[in-house]
Design a protein around this ligand. Structure first.
Ligand SMILES: Nc1nc(=O)c2c([nH]1)NC[C@@H]1CN(c3ccc(C(=O)N[C@@H](CCC(=O)O)C(=O)O)cc3)C=[N+]21
Length: 297
């Protein structure tokens, strides 16, 4: 029998791991530049949501650090479907842009799926284009030469780089959003990892029962403090992926993850939020752009 787990949880250091990945990427970018290929990340941001503005700024900072050019397209909140599509067509045609993202969510009234489908799949830095998601569905093992969804990749890479073996583990994913919950299982059930995946959502009858049986919990619901200490199996690995803006007592907006205080007393590993999956997502986005440029070269 395994000895009972004794806390507290070790920290899955996303900020530090992202810095390591970016240093590795800087070398690859140097090699590309030596061969005359300059990677360039584009972002399309519609509106001025403070969260989105700050994430997009972070992405451009990362690019500068790694030696990648960046192209920033900011459109007003009132931009029409046709205006956003025109921005997409422009980045598709721009040879200086080797990969780009459209920051989600888009304003109400915009057909988000039509926008994602218009992105050139070879330039899809988020890995969210239906062709790239489809390829992931079709390829259950072995190498994949198309971009993979960033945040799912970030979550897995964060664990792997801390020596956590995911093979055969029971993973409970909480949340079914496009960027994480709906696609991370596709990576986890690939034959190289062989995890068993349960996806919970707002229609799940007994969330606590599913979370409690998991070796690894991926909390990606975007619901502040949803996952509490009593729901987590002692010794489980917990990834706090969701982010919500919660108004503090001082009236100021604060970022809060999906994981409640106290989970660190029972988990074996916990990713902090901030400085966990967020910086890793940005590092894997840059990875997707570098890989796309390497495929071009
Ligand atoms: N097309 C698209 N792709 C995305 O990848 C995407 C998106 N839309 N929409 C919104 C979410 C959210 N997201 C984050 C990225 C970085 C941090 C991040 O770096 N956070 C820092 C803190 C940053 C701060 O303080 O604002 C941290 O966790 O330490 C957070 C959240 C990407 N998303």
């Amino acid at each position: 029998m395994r000895a009972p787990w004794e806390g507290p949880a070790k920290v899955l250091d996303g900020a530090g791991t992202a810095a390591t990945i970016k240093a590795e990427l800087a070398q690859r970018v140097k090699n590309l530049r030596a061969r005359g290929v300059v990677p360039g990340l584009g972002t399309i941001l519609v509106g001025e949501d403070p969260g989105s503005v700050s994430y997009v700024a972070g992405k451009h900072r990362d690019c500068a650090e790694v030696g990648i050019e960046s192209i920033r397209v900011d459109l007003p909140e009132t931009a029409s479907q046709a205006e956003i599509e025109a921005a997409i067509d422009q980045l598709n045609a721009d040879p200086a842009c080797t990969g780009y993202i459209v920051q989600l969510p888009l304003p109400k009234g915009i057909d988000q799926n039509a926008i994602l489908e218009r992105i050139d799949p070879a330039k899809d830095a988020d890995g969210l284009h239906p062709m790239n998601l489809g390829r992931l569905v079709l390829r259950g093992s072995g190498p994949i030469d198309t971009p993979l969804p960033c945040t799912p990749r970030a979550v897995i890479e964060l664990m792997e780089r801390h020596g956590i073996d995911l093979r055969g583990k029971d993973v409970c994913v909480v949340g079914r959003g496009v960027t994480v919950g709906r696609s991370i299982g596709l990576l986890l059930i690939r034959k190289e990892i062989n995890a068993t995946v349960t996806v919970c959502h707002t229609g799940t009858k007994d969330l606590a029962a599913h979370v409690r049986q998991a070796d690894v919990v991926v909390a990606a619901a975007g619901s502040a403090g949803l996952i509490t200490k009593d729901m987590v199996k002692p010794g489980a690995v917990v990834l706090d992926v969701g982010v919500s803006r919660v108004e503090g007592e001082d009236g100021k907006a604060r970022l809060h993850g999906d994981v409640a205080d106290g989970v660190d007393e029972v988990a074996s590993w916990l990713s902090p939020n901030p400085k966990g999956v967020g910086p890793m997502t940005r590092a894997l986005l840059v990875t997707n752009v570098v890989e796309a440029a390497e495929r071009l070269a």
